[in-house]
Design a protein around this ligand. Structure first.
Ligand SMILES: Cc1cc2nc3c(=O)[nH]c(=O)nc-3n(C[C@H](O)[C@H](O)[C@H](O)COP(=O)(O)OP(=O)(O)OC[C@H]3O[C@@H](n4cnc5c(N)ncnc54)[C@H](O)[C@@H]3O)c2cc1C
Length: 329
């Protein structure tokens, strides 16, 4: 049952990564009064490090994740078309994904612009299947730190720098409705041991300019992605589950550079690479659910692993609909 009067209802929303800011925008624009509280804001969140390309992964719950991904794709395409890349930081980029085993058509084939299976003559060496398609690719520091932030503030939302040491503190210092978008932070905050880090190391060049993305998750020498940024290029791949270490690994960076140059030759033409490490909030099951057991209305939205950008609008809208249901239902 929809809430009869959400207009004045105050919400404390924890987290200012892509999950937190997207959810805050959706809730604030729906008439709630949202205060985003976070330890870090853009450009210092994990979300700022994301490539960030729309690509649905295999997170559970599978059907809901597919729907979240599709509705996010539609929204990103709409924002790009209506507001443009300059305002939003969202661009539409063409590229190729190579597979080194035989694969069929992806379930999302009809949803992305200009999907094409490449003939052998256009595939990378030894690739068995290659898709070419066009998808949203986002300049995250711009999208988070300017676009979503400004949209939230314009709608009347607020931002507060604040660290919560325990879940009890979060409950006691929040409004009657609390939305939790703390990503991997929920490992400590909620003692959610289903969460684990998925370490990702990226190399960023600001001088190199390429137009198309290249991805492969199953290249014989390891996974790799090459993603053009509005200004520059990001290389990544070879993520490591369960590793909390945020120190840069030069040997891994060298592997990434070599592999990238094999699939996207232009990337061999520079050496101004800056290395960064981020920990994805790994969880077999994305947690997007409501919990009224602590005497407050709590909605969790975290654990998106490597697809937090891809499912962001879908999950944010699910939070809105979870809040619109009365506790007895
Ligand atoms: C290298 C890399 C590449 C990626 N590429 C892609 C991609 O191409 N496409 C894609 O869809 N996804 C990608 N991802 C995954 C995506 O970045 C994550 O799924 C997403 O960033 C998770 O967002 P979040 O908002 O949940 O978490 P975060 O961005 O980590 O934000 C968490 C927020 O909670 C706050 N917080 C945490 N604990 C507390 C506390 N105790 N008190 C107060 N505040 C707290 C933090 O300060 C922060 O503001 C990539 C990730 C990495 C690391």
């Amino acid at each position: 049952m929809p809430n009869s009067s959400p207009q004045a209802q105050k919400i404390t929303l924890l987290g200012a990564g892509v999950a937190g800011l997207t959810t805050a925008v959706v809730l604030q624009e729906a008439g709630y009064q949202v205060n985003v509280c976070a330890r870090e804001f853009s450009p210092h969140t994990t979300s700022d490090l994301a490539g960030a390309i729309w690509y649905p992964s295999h997170n559970a719950p599978v059907e809901r994740t597919k729907n979240w991904g599709l509705s996010t794709l539609k929204e990103l395409l709409r924002l790009y078309e209506e507001e443009g890349a300059e305002v939003t930081g969202i661009r539409l980029v063409k590229g190729v994904r190579h597979f080194f085993r035989q694969v069929g058509n992806p379930w999302w084939r009809e949803s992305v612009p200009q999907f094409r299976i490449l003939p052998e003559s256009e595939r990378a060496e030894r690739a068995r299947t290659s898709y070419e398609y066009t998808v949203p690719l986002i300049d995250m520091p711009h999208y988070l730190g300017r676009y979503l932030r400004n949209r939230l503030l314009k709608a009347g939302g607020t931002l507060t720098e604040k660290t919560f040491s325990t879940w009890e503190q979060a409950l006691s210092e929040s409004e009657a409705t609390l939305v939790n978008c703390t990503g991997l932070g929920s490992f400590d905050l909620l003692q959610d041991k289903a969460l684990y880090p998925v370490r990702g190391q990226v190399l960023e060049s600001k001088s190199l300019q390429i137009d198309e993305f290249v991805l492969s998750a199953d290249h014989p020498e390891g996974s790799i992605y090459v993603l053009p940024r509005r200004q520059g290029v990001i290389l990544g791949g070879g993520s490591r589950s369960g590793v909390w270490d945020k120190q840069v690994d030069p040997a891994h960076a060298e592997r990434t550079r070599r592999l990238a140059a094999m699939l996207s030759t232009k990337t061999g033409a520079t050496d101004d690479w800056e290395m960064k490490v981020g920990l994805r909030p790994g969880r077999k099951q994305i947690r997007c659910e409501r919990d009224d057991s602590a005497g407050k209305t709590v909605v969790h939205n975290y654990g998106h692993t490597g697809a937090g950008v891809t499912v962001s609008w879908g999950c944010a809208r699910e939070v809105l609909s979870l809040l619109s249901v009365s506790p007895s239902h």
